[in-house]
Write a protein that binds this ligand. Structure first.
Ligand code: PGA
Length: 255
């Protein structure tokens, strides 16, 4: 039987959509912890999830005031390669700034692909990343953005359904989009380490965020059968529990 179609939830604006996504993540944490389990969250970076993390930090602050703590372990989708952990545009720095430090997440509970791994050691490090996810019990809920080119994580167009964590070349459009943050296209890494499509599809639940008109075409293409490597987000159609949280602008072509 085909998996059910992704559930599309449309909100009037990014703020309302971000609040809903944060509520969903916080509920996953609460539910896992209530069963005596650590919640395992798959996390994303980029402009899209910033307000989700802000809301999540606020929820954490309220829960802490109510003497309720969060038992959480996190795995990020991707990181540039090579890049230093303290490079201001690294995803390590992003996560510290937007979430980890504010919720006091212990360093041992934070996992990101390592942008400092020597090339020759990347296959072993990638396998170890996959093994760490399995050892944690698998990802309860994976947060995703979508690229204007349909990428998820740094699985650029052409990525295979069975891909796992690995080093990939970034699409030129992806590099161009972050050129200003790096201070010029020549300073943008050409490669990254990313979870694969199969890694992402192993998560028990997936929340795909799409905000703004620049994502409307990619979102429509992602929801249109069949799943295909040219549009990596379309492989989400093969997952049983995908919630798409979009604002009106991103959803304009998807209904
Ligand atoms: P953005 O990136 O959140 O910066 O738009 C999303 C993505 O490329 O996955």
């Amino acid at each position: 039987m085909d998996p059910p179609a992704p559930q599309l939830r449309i909100f009037p604006d990014r703020a309302a959509a971000s609040a809903a996504a944060a509520a969903l993540l916080a509920e996953e944490v609460r539910a896992a912890n209530a069963r005596g389990r650590r919640a395992v969250l798959g996390l994303a970076t980029g402009k899209t999830p910033i307000d989700v993390y802000r809301e999540l930090v606020e929820r954490h602050r309220r829960d802490r005031a109510a003497k309720s703590s969060w038992d959480v372990e996190t795995f990020n989708l991707d990181e540039y390669h090579p890049i230093a952990h303290d490079h201001p545009v690294s995803f390590h720095a992003f996560m510290r700034a937007h979430l980890f430090d504010a919720i006091g997440l212990a360093p041992a509970r934070r996992h990101l692909p390592d942008g400092t791994t020597p090339n020759a050691d990347v296959p072993a490090a990638a396998a170890a990343y996959e093994a760490a996810i399995v050892a944690a019990g698998g990802i309860d809920v994976q947060l995703l953005g979508i690229g204007a080119n349909g990428h998820i994580g740094f699985n650029e167009p052409g990525s295979a359904r069975d891909s796992r964590t690995r080093r990939v070349a970034l699409a030129e459009s992806t590099r161009a989009r972050v050129a200003a943050e790096f201070g010029g296209i020549d300073r943008v890494p050409t490669h990254a380490i990313t979870m694969g499509i199969a890694t992402i599809l192993d998560a028990r639940k997936i929340v795909l965020l799409a905000f703004g008109a620049e994502k409307a075409r990619a979102l429509r293409a992602a929801l249109a059968p069949p799943p295909r490597p040219e549009l990596p987000a379309s492989f989400l159609q093969e997952h049983r529990d995908v919630v798409v949280i979009a604002d009106e602008a991103a959803a304009a072509r998807a209904r």
